[in-house]
Ligand binder design. Structure first.
Ligand code: FES
Length: 154
């Protein structure tokens, strides 16, 4: 069941769109901001609210890579693996992150602190390698700076 706060935020977004279906990505992001991810139950509730089928809404959710359909850690680290970051050593950064946090890419730490996910270009190619944790973009990331970056996320 959607919370009153989630429904209020979704209804506010609806005013900016020509029809209810057009707000579906924002609606899922609102639920995700409150809960960390979008469950099957939330997809059902949102589909009903937006007048969509669950299959159509799930199709949007699985196409759009920033919608999380599984539980994640308190912080989500998105590691860019596109060409500029690859040239500038993102694989080394990725391996160091996995080693330091003790989880493979795609996994979460045992304490639920971090989930590590790959992502395509973050739009910071001139400052590669790039990494986004929650809403924060980190650029020119190197091994030495990783600990300082991670320390900020408890
Ligand atoms: S390739 Fe990584 S930010 Fe563009």
């Amino acid at each position: 069941m959607l919370t009153a706060e989630e429904e209020k935020e979704i209804n506010e977004e609806m005013r900016r769109y020509p029809n209810k279906q057009a707000v579906c990505i924002d609606a899922m992001l609102i639920v995700q901001r409150h809960r960390g991810w979008v469950s099957d139950e939330a997809i059902r509730d949102l589909a009903e609210l937006l007048g969509m089928t669950t299959a159509d809404l799930d199709g949007v959710a699985t196409f759009y890579n920033l919608i999380r359909r599984k539980p994640v850690g308190r912080h989500v680290a998105l590691i860019c693996d596109s060409v500029s970051c690859w040239i500038m050593g993102c694989e080394r950064v990725r391996d160091q992150l996995c080693t330091r946090l003790g989880t493979p890419l795609g996994g979460s730490t045992a304490d639920g602190r971090f989930t590590l996910l790959p992502i395509v270009c973050l739009g910071a190619c001139d400052r590669a390698p790039a990494l986004m944790i929650d809403e924060d973009l980190h650029t020119n990331v190197d091994d030495q700076g990783l600990d300082t970056i991670l320390e900020a996320y408890r």
